[in-house]
Ligand binder design. Structure first.
Ligand SMILES: Cc1cc2nc3c(=O)[nH]c(=O)nc-3n(C[C@H](O)[C@H](O)[C@H](O)COP(=O)(O)O)c2cc1C
Length: 302
């Protein structure tokens, strides 16, 4: 197999494959060491970090749905300081580390970007789209002006590439995409989860402790492909596409729609080595199309 088929470049980062692990579904990467060649991934988008540690939401946090799952973890994480002092030194030579961050204010995002402008961090992903906590960024991700402010605050404070993660819980995602591109975003990632709800008909109560949660997995793929395609027409910066990818065929749709890379989330729960299988099968697909590199597929939907 030609080893160069999947090699690519994104915001100055040299990637062995354009396949990332999506934030919140892959821990800090180490948990997957026995299942995945971490160096073969484009990178690991680690669990969202906030300025202070968070214990997350109470009650039931995950429930399975037809072709997907609803979660309301609530941004449980050890906080940026512990990440920098204990976790980053352990993981930085093992993988390309993309740090997903979330704040309650514009200043928080600026501060997090500054603190994370250190050796071992490949890029920063701004989570302005968590639907599961009141202060989880969703207000920034659904308002163009706020999204622009958060992006500028982060860009001002770091030399690292800034990836802005967009929410699908909006009427027109291209408006937010353009606003963050104009504020200096180097790359966009999409989509985060779609807000959903399940009710237990025996107790008549919502299943999730948080009442609502974020829907992810196979069920959301057509929505994600549509949004990647729309955003790709609207901006010039590269896109990391995600939402329901479970196979190389799913991933290929995102590249055709205009994504330069993809991220795999929920599928990691049922098959921890799925990212490697997707890389293997994508190589076979590219060869079957007579292509020499994944870049030749990007945006080629007719
Ligand atoms: C359990 C769980 C936790 C998540 N936590 C985060 C997070 O901390 N930050 C973030 O930006 N996205 C988070 N996400 C969203 C995923 O990164 C991804 O955008 C979304 O699930 C769609 O991809 P998928 O269908 O392949 O899972 C989480 C998703 C799940 C299922």
């Amino acid at each position: 197999m030609n080893k160069n088929l999947l090699q690519t470049e994104l915001c100055g980062m040299k990637l062995n494959t354009p396949i990332f692990a999506a934030s919140g579904t892959f821990g800090f990467g180490e948990e997957f060491e026995n299942f995945v060649d971490l160096q073969r991934l484009g990178g690991v988008m680690v669990k969202c970090l906030t300025p202070k540690p968070r214990r997350g939401n109470d009650g039931v946090r995950i429930t399975e749905t037809p072709s997907g799952m609803l979660n309301c973890i609530g941004l449980e994480n050890p906080g940026v300081e512990k990440f920098l002092s204990e976790i980053l030194p352990r993981i930085k030579d093992k993988m390309n580390v993309v740090v997903n961050v979330s704040g309650s204010s514009v200043e928080d995002y600026g501060e997090l970007a500054k603190l994370l402008d250190v050796d071992g961090v490949a890029a920063i992903e701004l989570n302005i789209s968590c639907p599961n906590v009141k202060d989880g960024g969703i207000i920034f991700g659904t308002d163009e002006r706020q999204a622009a402010k958060v992006t500028s605050a982060a860009k001002k404070n770091t030399r690292k590439p800034v990836i802005v993660k967009l929410s699908p819980n909006v009427t027109d995602i291209t408006k937010i995409a353009r606003a963050v591109e104009n504020s200096g975003a180097d790359c966009l990632s999409l989509i985060n989860t779609l807000m959903g709800m399940e009710i237990n008909i025996h107790t008549w109560r919502p299943t999730l402790g948080n009442i609502t949660g974020g829907l992810s997995g196979g069920a959301i793929k057509p929505v994600a492909v549509r949004m990647v395609w729309q955003v790709a027409q609207a901006v010039k910066v590269p896109i990391i596409g995600m939402g329901g990818i479970r196979s190389a065929a799913d991933a290929a749709e995102f590249f055709l729609a205009g994504a330069s890379a993809v991220a795999i989330g929920t599928a990691n729960f049922s098959e921890p080595s799925i990212t490697m299988k997707i890389a293997d099968d994508l190589e076979i697909y590219l060869q079957s199309c007579g292509l020499k590199n994944i870049r030749e597929l990007v945006g080629k939907v007719k």
